[in-house]
Design a protein around this ligand. Structure first.
Ligand code: T4K
Length: 362
């Protein structure tokens, strides 16, 4: 059986049937239906946040965030993230300005962000890479002193805690992805956590063509809604979330114990109980070593992924705009190993043996 970088948690078909029966009885299949409302309050309670808005994808949530915060001109962002982080900036007609990352924690370096601020800057878009919190306090100070809103791409940060509260409650808006490959998922989908109450009302209209209440057009909207079938999946995954998180934690810590210490790990800034363990990235000494290892693993039908490669400041379609040496270096040497809640110890042993042996024999 091939081992992929991740595997979606799929609740039993019987449990899904019973929720689909409810959808069929109500005949409300989308547009703020009862399951979506139930999932919204369930997630707010579980995550400890308010003003959570479910949407159709993490990518649309990023675009909506830039729109709601009236970003224009330059948006300072990270080159070490998934393409959606940068493409959403360009899609909203803004220019991404790449600041480099910290070589240990792989998040945007606040000092380099500060140096990138110009009179054209309109927002900061930072990613909590692999769920590892950015230096949020530094960004908060910068946000206040420069009057610049901060959006966090928190696609990987489901359930992460920082300073005794949900990481998702930091920044003007935090964006989550609920894609099938995520710890918590709704097949496709995402959410925004919006600090300002008035902006939250704006956003609710914006995902529904700009229509508010019984027909008033409040703003220029789009269709960003999540439907009832996605919400049904989300409700069932949420019921199972403690077990899922425990499975990820177990797999992550086992890798950490079994793998050769010469492989650099991401420096995680929070404690075990605050983290979500949703990715297991390792850094090789060179790209050549990574490629050799990758081909050995793939020959055994084991498929880790080069998240995130290449560094986004090197992409021609994004303007080839950067000169981020640290990001380019990390991106060329990082590999995310397979991780999910049901990853077997046997598969993990095989992966670790292959990698550890390769480090010795070359
Ligand atoms: N910001 C960040 C930082 C992100 O990482 C992402 C998404 C976004 C924004 C945008 O959020 P969304 O708009 O997607 O909500 C995957 C996901 O498609 C993507 O959502 C995710 N990040 C990214 C890190 O991973 P790919 O191109 O690697 O996906 P794919 O199809 O190659 O899947 C990876 C493996 O997962 C497959 O080899 C097998 C397994 N898999 C995948 C799917 C879709 C399954 O077993 N079943 C499945 O249904 O991007």
């Amino acid at each position: 059986m091939p081992v992929f970088v991740t595997r979606p948690h799929l609740p039993s078909i019987e449990r899904l049937h019973s929720l689909i029966d409810k959808i069929y009885s109500s005949e409300q299949v989308t547009n703020n239906g009862p399951l979506l409302q139930q999932l919204t309050s369930g997630l707010e309670a579980y995550l400890g946040v308010k003003n959570l808005l479910l949407v159709s994808s993490g990518t649309i949530a990023l675009q909506l965030s830039l729109k709601l915060l009236k970003a224009k001109g330059e948006v300072i962002t990270t080159p070490f993230s998934f393409p959606a982080t940068t493409s959403s900036i360009l899609w909203e007609g803004c220019t991404p300005v790449f600041a480099d990352i910290n070589g240990d924690n792989w998040n945007l370096d606040p000092e380099l962000v500060r140096k990138s601020i110009t009179s054209e800057s309109s927002a900061i878009l930072a990613t909590h890479v692999f769920g590892n919190p950015c230096e949020v306090s530094a960004f908060e100070k910068m946000s206040v002193s420069n009057n610049l809103p901060v959006i966090y791409d928190a696609a990987h940060a489901f359930g992460v805690v920082k300073d005794n509260a949900a990481l998702l409650s930091r920044g003007d808006i935090s964006v989550m992805s609920f894609h099938a490959t995520k710890l918590f998922h709704t097949i496709e989908g995402g959410a925004m956590v919006i600090r300002d109450d008035e902006m939250f009302e704006e956003a609710k209209a914006m995902i529904n063509f700009g229509i508010q209440g019984k027909g008033e057009i409040r703003n220029v909207g789009i269709n960003g809604k999540m439907n009832e079938f996605q919400a049904a999946m989300g409700l069932l995954v949420l019921e199972d979330i403690d077990g899922i998180r425990e499975g990820y934690r177990r797999a992550y810590q086992r890798y950490d114990r079994l793998l050769d210490n010469r492989l650099q790990r991401q420096a995680i800034s929070i404690s075990e109980s605050e983290y979500n363990f949703s990715y297991f990235p390792i850094l090789f000494e060179s790209e050549g070593q990574l490629l050799k290892c990758l081909s050995k693993l793939e020959a055994q039908e084991i498929y880790p992924r080069r998240y995130f490669f290449p560094s986004l400041d090197t992409i021609e379609a994004y303007g080839n705009a950067g000169n981020c040496a640290v990001s380019q270096d990390v991106a060329s040497r990082v590999l995310c190993l397979p991780i999910h809640a049901e990853l077997s110890e046997q598969d993990q042993d095989e992966i670790c043996d292959l990698i550890n042996r390769m480090l010795v024999t070359g």
